[in-house]
Design a protein around this ligand. Structure first.
Ligand SMILES: [Ca+2]
Ligand SMILES: [Ca+2]
Length: 195
């Protein structure tokens, strides 16, 4: 008691009801869980790193600033609860295209709306490291990127969002080791149909 952070303002609850798949109860419960991860409500990169490490191990460390970039929608340098929940909502949405959109943003490191080879190689390098399949300092990631570009970039040297979507849908196994943040807050990732 006495900590005014403990209660989520009604306005924010309403906003999140409108913009996520979650009902009031789940929003409030998530907020409690979120405060355990980030007692100050605003989460900086170092807190976010600790959180990822706790759930996904040290290997997830190199993913931290990339995920952080995607979640920190307003580029404020901090993640707030709304940003976090919006991310979880998209990630756990039954519509796979919501998740693909997040993945696209993860790979589009410079945010210019297209994925260059070096961006894809960078992200796959991290992902492959988590599976210990890439001991050769990114070589496997480069080969994989090369192959995917041959199949999907139509000779342009970058992937558009549509091309990335096709690539994702036809190669889902490549994404199996990416951290799924909604699994950390919700034991069963499912939607309330009466939102
Ligand atoms: Ca922010
Ligand atoms: Ca880019």
């Amino acid at each position: 008691m006495g900590n005014k952070l403990e209660k989520l303002p009604e306005k924010e609850v309403q906003f999140l009801r409108m913009h996520t798949n979650f009902d009031k109860t789940r929003i409030k419960e998530s907020y409690k869980e979120y405060l355990k991860i980030s007692p100050k409500a605003l989460m900086g990169l170092s807190t976010f790193k600790e959180y990822l490490r706790q759930f996904f191990g040290d290997e997830a460390d190199s993913f931290a600033h990339h995920y952080f970039r995607v979640i920190d929608k307003d580029n404020s340098g901090n993640i707030n609860f709304a940003e976090f929940l919006l991310y979880l909502s998209n990630e756990s949405d039954p519509n796979i295209f919501c998740k693909i959109r997040l993945m696209f943003e993860l790979f589009d490191i410079d945010g210019d709306g297209r994925i260059e080879k070096k961006e894809m190689a960078e992200i796959f390098k991290i992902a492959l490291k988590m599976t210990e399949e890439d001991r050769e300092d990114g070589l496997a990631a480069h080969k994989l990127t090369q192959k995917l570009f041959e199949d999907y970039d139509k000779g342009k040297e970058f992937l558009t969002q549509n091309e990335f979507t096709d690539m994702f849908l036809e190669n889902r196994i490549l994404f199996k080791n990416f951290p799924v943040l909604s699994s950390t807050l919700f034991t069963e990732v499912c939607m309330d149909p009466n939102k």
